[in-house]
Design a protein. Structure first.
Length: 95
């Protein structure tokens, strides 16, 4: 998913618009996790970037994306770029 979302919509509160963005991001992650990973891999990992444009996007962990969208919106920006790419991975051992 590589998409630029507007942070403001006519007739809607900005907080609701950000909720909608987070909902769409979470929906993409859930849909990707349902897919079977390629042979030899166990799970999906997500490489994420959030910023004002593709050139200025910063890498984030998947758990930090929602908070990064809120932080970016507080700077007064009118749009936010979100990039999430699913990558097959192995489980990390806890030993």
């Amino acid at each position: 998913m590589k998409k630029t979302f507007p942070l403001q919509a006519p007739g809607k509160e900005d907080a609701r618009v950000r909720d909608k963005i987070r909902h769409e991001v979470n929906k993409y992650v859930r849909r990707s996790q349902r897919k079977t990973p390629p042979e030899g891999f166990a799970i999906w990992e997500f490489m994420c970037k959030v910023g004002g444009s593709p050139d200025h996007a910063e890498s984030k962990a998947i758990k930090e994306v929602g908070r990064a969208i809120d932080t970016f919106a507080e700077t007064g920006a009118t749009a936010v770029y979100v990039e999430i790419i699913a990558v097959p991975a192995q489980r990390k051992s806890s030993a």
